[in-house]
Design a protein around this ligand. Structure first.
Ligand code: CO
Length: 288
C-alpha cells in the first residue's frame, strides 16, 4: 500500500533567504502562543495515536525516549520550558526554524547540538503520510531518539562532517547518509528489526512497509552504498538499511575516512532508489 503525497502539500515552507523575523542561523521564535486550543488538541491526539501504533515497530531507544519526554500530555511543547529539561536529559536543544533551511546552516546547528524544528503543524490529523516535515515530524519523530546519547553523538558528528562536506562540494552524498539513517533507518534488536528513522516513525504506514513489506529491500549497513543511493521524496522507499547498533553507527562515522569515500564515489554513478548492486547484503525477511 504505497501512498503519494498530495502535490499541493509539497514545498510550502521553502525559502531562498531567511524570511522576515529569522536570525542569521535561520532560527525563528516558535510562536507558541499562536497555537490554538484545537492545535494543541490535534497534537495530543497525534502523539497518543502514533505512540500506541508504534509499539512493536519502533526501536527501544525511541520508545524509551518517548516515555521520558512526555510529549503528548500537555499540548505542543513550548521550547522555552521544554529545552532546559530536554538539554539536561540529552545535551541537545530544539530550535524553531521556518521550514527547509540551507545545508550549511543545518549542519552547523547539528554540530552544535541544536535540532532544527519546523514552527508549523500539519493542518490535518493524518499519520499515514508525511507531507513536508512539520513540527510533528520533527518533534515526535526526531527528539525522542536524542535520549540515546550515542545516537546524539552520531548526529553531532554528522553535523561536523557536513560542514567539511560543504567545503568539498559533496553535501549531497553525505545527505544520503542522513536520509538512510536518521530519516529511514532500521536497527536490529534481538530477533527483530525495528525503526529508528523519523521519516518512518512519524508515518505509521511507512513504518509497517519498511519492516514487513516483501516489496521493500532491507540491506545491511554499508556507508558508501548508502551515500550512493538516491531516495524518493514522495513515495515509500524501496530500499532501507539496517544497522547493528548506534555504537556501530557512531564508530563507523568516527573511523571512516569520509574524504576517501567521497573520492571513490565521485567516479561511480549513483544508484536509483530501488536499484540492486552485486555487493548488496540483503537482510532476509524471515529475520524480521
Ligand atoms: Co526529519
Amino acid at each position: 500500500m504505497e501512498q503519494e503525497r498530495p502535490s499541493d502539500l509539497k514545498d510550502l515552507h521553502v525559502y531562498d533567504a531567511p524570511p522576515a523575523g529569522a536570525a542569521d542561523d535561520w532560527s525563528v521564535p516558535q510562536g507558541w502562543t499562536e497555537f490554538s486550543d484545537a492545535d494543541h488538541a490535534r497534537w495530543n491526539d497525534l502523539v497518543a495515536r502514533q505512540s500506541q501504533s508504534l509499539i512493536g515497530h519502533a526501536c527501544d531507544a525511541f520508545m524509551d525516549g518517548l516515555n521520558a519526554l512526555h510529549l503528548g500530555e500537555d499540548g505542543i511543547p513550548e521550547f522555552e520550558t521544554f529545552n532546559p529539561r530536554f538539554c539536561a536529559q540529552t545535551g541537545w536543544q530544539a530550535v524553531a526554524v521556518p521550514g527547509v533551511i540551507p545545508n550549511d546552516v543545518f549542519f552547523r546547528h547539528l554540530a552544535e547540538r541544536r535540532f532544527p524544528v519546523a514552527n508549523f503543524l500539519r493542518r490535518h490529523g493524518s499519520l499515514d503520510y508525511n507531507d513536508e516535515p512539520d513540527m510533528f515530524h520533527d518533534v515526535f519523530g526526531h527528539l525522542p531518539m536524542f535520549m540515546d546519547r550515542t545516537f546524539g553523538d552520531f548526529l553531532a558528528a554528522y553535523g561536523r562532517a557536513g560542514l567539511r562536506a560543504e567545503g568539498l562540494g559533496v553535501s549531497e552524498l553525505l545527505g544520503h547518509l542522513y536520509l538512510h539513517t536518521v530519516e529511514f533507518g532500521l536497527i536490529r534488536e534481538g530477533p527483530s528489526i525495528r525503526a529508528y528513522g523519523a521519516g518512518l516513525l512519524s508515518s505509521y504506514a511507512e513504518t509497517v512497509h519498511a519492516r514487513t513489506s516483501p516489496k521493500a529491500r532491507r540491506l545491511e549497513f554499508d556507508l558508501a552504498r548508502m551515500m550512493r543511493t538516491q531516495y524518493l521524496f514522495d513515495k515509500f522507499q524501496p530500499t532501507y538499511f539496517v544497522i547493528e547498533s548506534f555504537a556501530a553507527l557512531l564508530e563507523e562515522m568516527e573511523t571512516t575516512s569520509l574524504s576517501k569515500v567521497y573520492e571513490t564515489l565521485r567516479d561511480q554513478p549513483s544508484l536509483a532508489p530501488g536499484e540492486s548492486h552485486s555487493d548488496d547484503r540483503i537482510v532476509p525477511i524471515d529475520d524480521l
